[in-house]
Structures are given as structure tokens and as C-alpha cells.
Design a protein around this ligand. Structure first.
Ligand code: HEC
Ligand code: HEC
Ligand code: HEC
Ligand code: HEC
Ligand code: HEC
Ligand code: HEC
Ligand code: HEC
Ligand code: HEC
Ligand code: HEC
Ligand code: HEC
Ligand code: HEC
Ligand code: HEC
Ligand code: HEC
Length: 447
């Protein structure tokens, strides 16, 4: 609002001027200025002529077009008579660039400090010129909710983009000091957190997504992690926590951690944090925490502290989010490839030959008893008929309670000798097996 010439018309001042008073403030003259709550220093000092200059001989003017005072300078030049000039930094606020100091400030005084008609909440003041869209999200950033825009923006100018008073990340860490401390102590920092501004994931003002995230989970993460995105969209067996609100955050820390993989804890502790319950899912999945604590003989990959050697935590095309094919039933007609999950770590020839001397110790003489049990066109016994996947309380991961068979658990009653062993399961009569001196089952039966 450029105001080249001032119109100072004030009939009520006549008596004061006539009586020779030199002040502009009297009970009747320019009282509105005097009544402002916070006065500009030169106004308080009644130094009106620091800014105004008389352009007519009479004041106040009774006739004519009413111009008796002008300004000593226009726009920002006026202010620069006493204040340092603004506009030298790399980024200058629009109205400052145009010298419109009075778009924000009141020349004489104002209801608020800094010659602004603004209280503690600057929202409506700034949004008088700015699009309110980015301030309307359901989730508000603390200082935005209280309208403290100038905590993060310099109203005049800055060497940083966005009129920020510091580099983006430094600005955030000024207030988020606990976060800065924890990040400095972390051994693994997520690259976008260490190398990019925090605003690559967060909005500074508000967002429809919780934690003022730019996007809801998991899209926020899968935008960069395409491989995981592909897995998510292709997985026929999905892992429930990925579909939850926290999604990726139910296992990963988004910022930093002390372990690789950005897990807040060891991998097993993360998994057992949920899989240590008797009521997870319906029907409930087994309580792995209890199982691992109560059984002494752990399957080597479990003993080594992993779960993801066998399960893909992000989802998989195979049952129980396993990393390879493994029949889901107790009995399964045998097809080659069906056991590739187990055979990705175990001898691939285990189920190939009816006779073998090397591929398994589960033999009677050379007769491959794994082959006998598993490789059956109609009713192959899957590995779970005899072995536990995670931990056993007998030898060779054979559980004392035996596998589930409907409501029943089939006891296996397996024993071992240096050259073989025996089973007396709920499936058939007791059989011994011996790798060196094969047991003759027919003869055995005739006895
Ligand atoms: C720091 C500079 C400055 C000082 C000091 C100053 N003025 Fe002003 N004054 C302005 C500016 C700039 C305008 C026009 C812009 C506006 O609308 O506020 C103005 C406008 C006015 C107006 C006309 C518009 C209005 O607000 O009614 C009057 C009357 C006025 N001044 C009186 C005074 C008196 C009386 C004093 C001394 C007590 C004074 N001014 C001191 C800068 C100043
Ligand atoms: C005649 C000298 C003079 C002119 C011209 C002048 N100012 Fe000031 N201004 C001062 C003084 C003196 C102070 C008090 C500084 C202090 O307290 O350190 C001040 C303080 C301020 C403050 C801080 C207010 C507060 O409450 O502390 C603002 C904002 C300001 N001026 C804006 C302006 C603007 C905008 C203009 C131009 C329209 C302007 N000034 C013109 C002398 C002037
Ligand atoms: C977009 C609004 C806006 C414009 C335009 C603006 N200011 Fe300010 N100014 C502010 C705000 C807000 C503050 C208070 C800053 C704070 O609280 O941190 C302020 C503070 C000031 C101060 C006192 C504190 C300081 O930074 O020294 C002066 C002096 C000042 N402005 C002068 C000017 C001058 C001169 C112009 C024109 C060249 C101008 N302002 C234009 C919003 C504005
Ligand atoms: C916690 C710090 C913070 C607070 C508080 C804050 N902002 Fe921002 N604002 C930012 C950051 C960071 C940017 C992004 C700057 C960039 O482009 O890199 C930004 C950008 C902006 C922009 C540029 C356009 C846009 O939306 O990207 C405007 C305008 C803006 N803020 C106005 C405001 C207003 C008005 C308020 C108060 C209601 C406010 N800001 C409060 C940090 C903040
Ligand atoms: C009088 C109108 C006006 C007011 C009041 C105003 N702004 Fe602005 N603001 C502008 C204009 C004009 C631009 C420049 C837009 C452009 O360049 O596209 C701008 C730009 C910005 C930018 C972006 C700077 C950049 O280059 O990235 C930020 C941030 C901003 N304003 C914050 C604020 C804040 C915070 C307040 C309140 C303290 C505020 N504005 C008050 C007019 C205003
Ligand atoms: C002026 C201080 C200040 C600055 C600067 C600041 N914040 Fe905040 N931030 C807060 C406060 C206060 C809260 C609310 C704390 C609480 O509720 O526990 C908060 C909360 C947050 C939250 C949590 C929101 C939620 O709902 O869980 C995030 C995320 C956040 N800030 C990110 C940032 C980012 C990114 C920046 C830099 C662009 C930043 N902050 C700069 C003060 C600040
Ligand atoms: C890779 C994306 C990403 C980046 C980059 C990022 N954050 Fe976050 N942030 C998140 C997610 C996701 C959450 C949600 C809470 C959770 O899952 O723990 C969050 C939550 C927060 C919270 C609130 C909860 C808490 O942990 O206290 C704060 C504060 C926060 N972030 C600050 C920051 C700051 C400061 C930066 C920059 C140094 C930053 N964030 C960078 C993704 C990110
Ligand atoms: C801006 C891109 C970006 C976003 C967004 C992002 N990341 Fe990352 N992330 C990376 C980069 C770059 C790496 C390091 C290279 C790599 O291992 O792929 C990484 C690595 C990781 C790692 C592996 C660390 C390791 O030790 O191998 C995990 C886990 C991870 N991110 C999870 C997340 C989660 C969860 C989110 C969402 C909260 C997320 N990321 C969002 C870019 C991103
Ligand atoms: C159920 C827990 C869990 C959830 C939920 C989860 N992850 Fe993971 N993620 C893991 C584990 C465990 C690892 C392996 C960590 C290691 O390297 O030791 C991992 C590894 C990663 C890696 C690095 C290796 C790789 O596979 O590329 C990335 C990147 C990753 N996750 C991203 C994500 C993203 C993105 C989401 C959300 C879509 C997500 N994760 C959800 C548990 C989880
Ligand atoms: C945040 C909790 C949570 C975490 C952490 C978690 N899970 Fe799960 N998991 C679940 C839920 C919920 C289900 C589905 C239960 C149901 O509805 O049947 C599930 C199901 C499973 C299943 C069975 C899948 C199926 O299709 O039957 C496996 C296997 C599994 N999780 C392994 C893991 C592994 C390995 C980890 C660690 C990398 C892990 N989980 C971490 C919550 C979690
Ligand atoms: C050596 C491979 C392997 C490792 C390592 C492994 N699992 Fe499994 N897990 C399996 C197999 C195989 C099944 C399917 C068992 C079945 O269907 O009979 C399974 C099933 C599950 C189930 C579903 C149980 C149910 O009641 O249906 C959960 C939950 C599970 N695992 C969690 C874990 C967790 C947690 C870890 C890490 C502590 C882990 N697994 C490590 C192979 C493994
Ligand atoms: C990620 C690799 C891996 C997968 C997958 C895996 N195992 Fe193992 N398993 C091992 C390792 C390593 C050992 C210990 C070395 C050995 O005996 O070969 C082991 C040992 C065994 C043992 C002998 C235990 C003992 O006490 O000597 C049995 C039985 C077994 N696994 C069965 C299975 C079955 C059944 C599956 C499929 C459901 C399977 N494994 C899948 C890695 C794996
Ligand atoms: C009918 C019960 C039974 C079934 C079904 C069974 N196993 Fe075994 N398995 C055994 C017995 C008994 C041993 C111990 C042999 C010995 O050392 O005396 C054994 C041993 C093993 C060993 C240790 C190495 C070896 O071959 O001696 C592995 C590995 C193994 N089994 C994997 C599997 C896999 C994979 C499946 C499913 C494809 C499977 N088993 C199915 C009973 C069974």
C-alpha cells in the first residue's frame, strides 16, 4: 500500500496549534496513535518529523485537497533511515524484496510486539498471504499448532531456502535435542536420515498421516525400497504386521539403531516380541518364545540367532512365509521340488535314491528310510511327521510329544544307537534300523 503523500487533517488540533503548542500529541490530536499498546521508539519520543515532513505552510489544512505532511522517504528507504537495510541474503521474503515493510509492520505502533498486530499465534497473520492447505492436516507439528512460524522461518531473509534460519536438519535438531543425542550414539543410521533433510520423510507443518509423515506407511518406505515393494505386491502369503498401521515400523526403526537392518533389537527378540504369546492369531500360532526356552536342542539356524534364514518377514509365495516350497499338510503326494525349502540347506540328494550309503543316516543298511517315508506317490509323510522346525527335545529335532495329527499328537519314541536307532511311533510297530548290519524286517516279523 504505497502512500506517497500523507493527508493529515485534524480540525480538533487547531486550538492546540493556535495556542503555540509544538507537540502533535494532545488530548485531542492524534490520540489514536498514543493509545496503541506498543509504540515505535521514535513515535514514543514524539519525533514525528523523523518520518514526516511538512509540505504546506498550514497545518492542519482546512481546505483544499488536504495534504500538509509527506514522508521523508518511501517504502523500505524510510525504515533504512534508522534500521539496517534488508534484502542482501540469498533468499528474501516476497514483501521485503518489494520494500513493503508495512505489509506486516505498523509504522507507529501496534497491539503486539515488533510493531505487529499479532499475538503469540502467527497463523492467521502469515496465512493472510499464504495458502492454508499445508496447515490443515489432521496431525499437526507442535510449533505449528501453536502458530510459532518464526521459530522456523526468518520473516525477512535467509541464506537458506524456505527462509529457514538454519540448514533443514540442523533446524530440526535444535529442538529435537534428545533425537540428536540418540542419533550420535547410534552405530547404524538410515542413509536418508544421515544424508538427506528430515523433510524427505516428514512434512514440516501438518499431514493427514501420523507422525507428520509425507505419506502413510508402507508407501513412504516402499517408494525407495522397490524390492520390498515388489515382494509386498507379489506375496500370496502376507505377514500380518505389514498390513497394520505401523507396517514397516512394527519391526524397523526408521531413523537409526545399533544393529544392522535397522532393527531396534536382535532379530529374534524382534520376532519373539510378538511371537511370544499364546493368543497371536486364531487359531493361535505356537508360542515360539516358550518353545525355544523350554527345548534344549535348537535347529542350527535358530541357534545362530536368525529367523529370516527360513522366513521372509516381508511376505512370501510359500506357506508360513517360508523362503521356499514346503508342503503344508501332514501327508503330501511327493513331487520333486516340494521340499526345496529344507533341501536348500540340506543334501539335495537326500530324497533322490531308494538306496544310498552317504546321503542320509536314516538308513537300514543302504535302504534310504527318508525315501521310504517321504517319497510316496499318494501319501508321502512330510518332514513334520518326524521333525520339529525350530527346536526338539530329543535328538535330530525329533520332539518328545510328536507331531500334531488332528487333535492327537503322534508319539515317535525315537532312540539312537551309534549305527542306527529305533522308532516305536503311533504309526506302526517298533522298527529298528541299522546302517551297518541291516535289520531284516521280514525275518524279524516271522520270529
Ligand atoms: C517511523 C516513521 C514514522 C514516525 C516516527 C511517525 N510516523 Fe506517522 N506515518 C508513518 C507512515 C509510514 C505513515 C503512512 C503509512 C501508514 O498507513 O501507517 C504514517 C501516517 C501517519 C498519519 C496518517 C495516517 C494515520 O495513521 O492516520 C498520521 C496522522 C501520522 N502518521 C501522524 C504521525 C504523528 C502525529 C507522529 C508523531 C507522534 C508520527 N506520525 C510519527 C511513519 C511515521
Ligand atoms: C527515526 C528512526 C527510525 C525509523 C525511520 C524507523 N525506526 Fe524502527 N525503530 C527505531 C528505534 C530507535 C527502535 C528501537 C530499537 C531498540 O529498541 O533497539 C525501533 C524499533 C523497531 C522495531 C522493533 C519494535 C519493538 O517493539 O522493539 C521494528 C519492528 C521497527 N522498528 C520497524 C520499523 C519499520 C518497519 C520502519 C519503517 C516503516 C522503521 N522501523 C523506521 C527507529 C526508527
Ligand atoms: C512478512 C512480514 C514482514 C515484513 C514484510 C517485514 N517484517 Fe520486519 N518483522 C516481521 C516479524 C514477524 C518480526 C518479528 C521477528 C521475530 O519475532 O523473530 C519482524 C521484526 C522486525 C524488526 C525487529 C527485529 C529484527 O529483526 O531486527 C525490525 C527492525 C524489522 N522487522 C524491520 C523490518 C523492515 C525494515 C522491513 C522492510 C524492509 C520489514 N521488517 C518487513 C515481519 C515482517
Ligand atoms: C518446525 C519448523 C516450521 C514451522 C514451525 C513452520 N514452518 Fe513453514 N516450513 C518449514 C520447512 C522446513 C519448510 C520447507 C522449506 C523448503 O522448501 O525446504 C517450510 C515451508 C514453508 C513455506 C513454503 C511453501 C511450502 O508450503 O512449502 C511457507 C509459505 C511456510 N513454510 C509458511 C509457514 C507458516 C505460515 C508457518 C506458521 C503457521 C510455518 N511455516 C511454520 C518449517 C516450518
Ligand atoms: C504480505 C503478504 C505476506 C505475508 C503477510 C507473509 N508472506 Fe510469506 N511470502 C509472501 C510472498 C509474496 C512470497 C513469495 C512467493 C513466491 O516467491 O512465489 C512469500 C514467500 C514465503 C516463503 C517461501 C520463501 C522461499 O523462497 O522459499 C515462506 C517460507 C514464507 N513466505 C513464510 C511466511 C511466514 C512464516 C509468514 C508470517 C510470519 C509470512 N510468510 C507472511 C507474502 C507474504
Ligand atoms: C521450535 C521447535 C521445533 C523445531 C524447530 C522442530 N520441531 Fe518437531 N516437534 C516439536 C515439538 C514441540 C513437538 C511435539 C513433541 C511431543 O508432542 O512430544 C514436535 C514433534 C515432532 C514430530 C512428532 C510428531 C508426532 O505426531 O509424532 C516429528 C516427526 C517432528 N517433530 C519432526 C520435526 C522435523 C522434521 C523438524 C525440522 C523440519 C522439526 N521437527 C523441527 C518442536 C520442534
Ligand atoms: C526414512 C524416513 C524418515 C526420515 C528421513 C526421518 N524420519 Fe522421523 N520418523 C519416520 C517414521 C516412519 C516415524 C514414525 C514413528 C516410528 O515408526 O517410530 C518417524 C517419527 C519421528 C518422530 C516422532 C517419534 C520419535 O521417534 O520420537 C520424530 C521426533 C522424528 N521422526 C524426527 C525426525 C528428524 C528430526 C529427522 C531428521 C534428522 C527425521 N525424523 C527423519 C521416518 C523418517
Ligand atoms: C529416500 C529414500 C528412502 C526412504 C524413503 C526409505 N529408505 Fe530405507 N534405505 C534407503 C537407502 C539409500 C538405504 C541404504 C541402501 C540399501 O541398503 O538399500 C536404506 C536402507 C534401509 C534398510 C537396510 C539397512 C541394512 O542394514 O541393510 C532398511 C531396513 C530400511 N532402509 C528400511 C526403511 C524403512 C522401514 C523405511 C520407511 C520408514 C525406509 N527405509 C524409507 C533409502 C530410503
Ligand atoms: C515382521 C518384521 C518386519 C517388518 C514388518 C518389515 N521388515 Fe524389513 N526386515 C526385517 C528383518 C528381520 C530384516 C533382516 C534384517 C537383517 O538384515 O538382519 C529386514 C530387512 C529389510 C531390508 C534390508 C534387506 C532387504 O530385504 O532388502 C529392507 C530394505 C527392509 N527390511 C525394508 C522393509 C520395509 C520397506 C518394510 C515395510 C514395507 C519392512 N521392511 C517391514 C523385518 C521386518
Ligand atoms: C508386530 C508383531 C509381529 C512381529 C514383530 C512379527 N510377527 Fe510374525 N506374525 C504376526 C501376526 C499378527 C501374524 C498372523 C497371526 C494370524 O493371524 O494368524 C504373524 C504370522 C507369522 C507367521 C505365520 C504366517 C502364516 O501364514 O501362517 C510366521 C512364520 C511369522 N509370523 C514369523 C515371524 C518372524 C520370522 C518374525 C521376525 C522377523 C515375525 N514374525 C515378527 C505378528 C508379528
Ligand atoms: C530352519 C528354518 C526355520 C527357522 C530358522 C525358523 N523357522 Fe519358523 N518355521 C519353520 C517352518 C518349516 C515352519 C512351518 C512348520 C510347519 O508348518 O509344520 C515354521 C513355522 C513358524 C511359525 C508358525 C507356527 C504355527 O503355529 O503355525 C512361526 C510363528 C514361526 N515359524 C516363527 C519363527 C520365528 C519367530 C523364528 C526365529 C526365532 C523362526 N520361526 C525361525 C522354519 C524355521
Ligand atoms: C537355512 C538353512 C536350513 C534350512 C532351510 C533347514 N535346515 Fe535343518 N539344519 C541346518 C543346519 C545348518 C543344521 C546343522 C548342520 C547339519 O546337521 O547339517 C541343520 C540340522 C538339521 C537336522 C539335524 C539336527 C541334529 O540335531 O543333528 C535336522 C533333522 C534338520 N536340520 C531338519 C530340517 C528340516 C526338516 C528342514 C525343513 C523343514 C530344515 N532342516 C531346513 C540348516 C537348515
Ligand atoms: C519318518 C520320520 C522322518 C521323516 C518323515 C523325515 N525324517 Fe529326517 N530323520 C529322521 C530320523 C529318525 C533321523 C535320524 C537318523 C539317524 O541319525 O539315526 C533323521 C535325520 C535327518 C537329518 C540329519 C541328516 C541325515 O540325513 O541323517 C536331516 C537333515 C533330516 N532328517 C531332514 C529331513 C527332511 C528335510 C525331511 C522331509 C523331507 C525329513 N527329514 C523327513 C526321521 C524322519
Amino acid at each position: 500500500m504505497p502512500l506517497p503523500l500523507m493527508i493529515l487533517v485534524c480540525l480538533c488540533c487547531l486550538p492546540a496549534l493556535a495556542s503555540g503548542e509544538s507537540t502533535c500529541f494532545t488530548a485531542n490530536c492524534h490520540r489514536a496513535i498514543m493509545e496503541l499498546k506498543h509504540l515505535h521508539a521514535p513515535v514514543r519520543d514524539e519525533n514525528c518529523l523523523a518520518c514526516h515532513v511538512r509540505i504546506t505552510t498550514t497545518h492542519p489544512i482546512l481546505v483544499g485537497n488536504g495534504k500538509s505532511f509527506g514522508l521523508v522517504a518511501e517504502g523500505a528507504k524510510l525504515c533504512e533511515k534508522c534500521h539496517d537495510a534488508l534484502g542482501r541474503k540469498r533468499v528474501v521474503h516476497g514483501p521485503v524484496r518489494e520494500g513493503k515493510c508495512l505489509a506486516c509492520h505498523r509504522a507507529h505502533g501496534a497491539s503486539g510486539e515488533q510493531l505487529l498486530d499479532v499475538g503469540d499465534d502467527q497463523t492467521s497473520f502469515c496465512l493472510g498471504c499464504h495458502d492454508p492447505a499445508s496447515f490443515k492436516g489432521q496431525f499437526m507439528h507442535g510449533p505449528v499448532a501453536t502458530g510459532e512460524c518464526t521459530k522456523c522461518h526468518n520473516p525477512h531473509e535467509s541464506s537458506e531456502p524456505g527462509l529457514l534460519p538454519a540448514k533443514g536438519r540442523d533446524l530440526c535438531l535444535r529442538c529435537h535435542a534428545d533425537f540428536a543425542k540418540a542419533m550420535a550414539a547410534a552405530t547404524v543410521v538410515h542413509p536418508p536420515v544421515s544424508e538427506r533433510p528430515c523433510t524427505s520423510c516428514h512434512t514440516p507443518h501438518s499431514s493427514p498421516a501420523a507422525h507428520i509423515l509425507k505419506k502413510k506407511m508402507p508407501d513412504l518406505c516402499t517408494d525407495c525400497h522397490e524390492q520390498v515393494a515388489r515382494k509386498l505386491s507379489e506375496a500370496t502369503v502376507q505377514h500380518k504386521p505389514l498390513q497394520s498401521k505401523e507396517s514397516c515400523g512394527s519391526c524397523h526403526s526408521p531413523h537409526f539403531s545399533t544393529t544392522k537392518g535397522l532393527l531396534p533389537n536382535t532379530e529374534q527378540e524382534v520376532c519373539l516380541g510378538c511371537h511370544g504369546s499364546d493368543s497371536l492369531g486364531s487359531p493361535p500360532l505356537s508360542n515360539l518364545k516358550k518353545e525355544l526356552a523350554s527345548k534344549k536342542d535348537l535347529h542350527a539356524p535358530v541357534k545362530n540367532g536368525t529367523c529370516d534364514s527360513c522366513h521372509d518377514p516381508h511376505g512370501s509365495p510359500y506357506g508360513k512365509i517360508l523362503k521356499g516350497p514346503y508342503p503344508a499338510q501332514f501327508y503330501a503326494p511327493y513331487k520333486e521340488g516340494d521340499y526345496d525349502f529344507c533341501l536348500s540347506c540340506h543334501d539335495k540328494s537326500m530324497l533322490k535314491f531308494p538306496e544310498t550309503t552317504i546321503y542320509t543316516k536314516f538308513r537300514n543298511g543302504n535302504r534310504n528310510l527318508h525315501y521310504v517315508h517321504v517319497v510316496h506317490k499318494r501319501k508321502g509323510r512330510t518332514c513334520r511327521a518326524c521333525h520339529e522346525p525350530h527346536a526338539g527335545d530329543g535328538l535330530k529335532l525329533i520332539g518328545k510329544n510328536g507331531p500334531r495329527f488332528g487333535d492327537w499328537r503322534i508319539p515317535i519314541r525315537h532312540t539312537m544307537t551309534p549305527t542306527g536307532g529305533s522308532c516305536a511311533p503311533g504309526c506302526h510297530r517298533k522298527f529298528d534300523y541299522d546302517r551297518e548290519k541291516a535289520v531284516d524286517y521280514l525275518k524279524d516279523q516271522k520270529k
